[in-house]
Ligand binder design. Sequence first.
Ligand code: FES
Length: 297
Amino acid sequence: MNQKTTIDIIEQQKWLGTAGNAIQPAILKAFEAGGETGNDIKNFLHGTWLGHPLHPAITDVPIGAWTTAAVLDGMELLGEEKYAPGADAAIAVGLVGAVGAAVTGLTDWTGTTRERRKLGLIHGLLNVGATALYATSFFLRRLEKSRGTAIGLSMLGYGVASASAYLGGHLVFGKQIGVDHTATAAVYPKDFVAVLAENKLAENTMQRVEAGEVAVLLARKNGEIFAIAHTCSHLGGPLSEGELLDDGSVRCPWHGSVFSLKDGSVIDGPATEPEPKFDVRVNNGQIEVKLQQTGSK
Ligand code: FES
């Protein structure tokens, strides 16, 4: 398989863009219609409570269960019929896990754009196909008919799920979905560095400044000055172009993640990783910042 060409072909499909434009807002509207509860559910499914995307953790369930089923099916085909109930149970476990993976994946997909959204849509469609094959296989196994067909369908489902897993891996490692975009090779200042004259930061405003190699978001709210990393941890959005909210938080302009200015924590996803936070002081009329020594960056 020519991997680059396959990805390129998917990214060139206009119909995927059109479908994404229609489906994505509909899902976001459904969460919005649920009010605060809908927002809490959305944050839960993203994994903001976990500090890590929930979707990749849940995908281990169907992948592991269906791999187990493939091995046990193989043993059965070699004449070891005692493994058949184990294979059937593994397929059932995988089907339950597939539902969780689909719901969390669909939620993460609402926080993607352009090529990532197209690849994510194909990833999801392949998963639906694999799940349908496994569900049909499970149904045939329960009927205790057409055992050979049932095993064939689950093997086919395994192939489709593997192709989908490849795309999922590309979304993470190639398109950087689900990784912390504030984790950079740039050196965060461990000692105070001057970044802006204090009188240049007006009340209720925020701006981007440079602290050595890293971009920092400065904000002044209720007379207090705050500093967190300027790059959104979700997909790298510029936080200074977002919205400074009344409760002392900032909303990213790209997909709406909300971060506390006080400690950089995630208030609303799709982001799951907190923003690095900086200590702030005013020295000789200059705002100075240094990385707060709580994280690993
Ligand atoms: S880049 Fe997606 S929410 Fe900031």
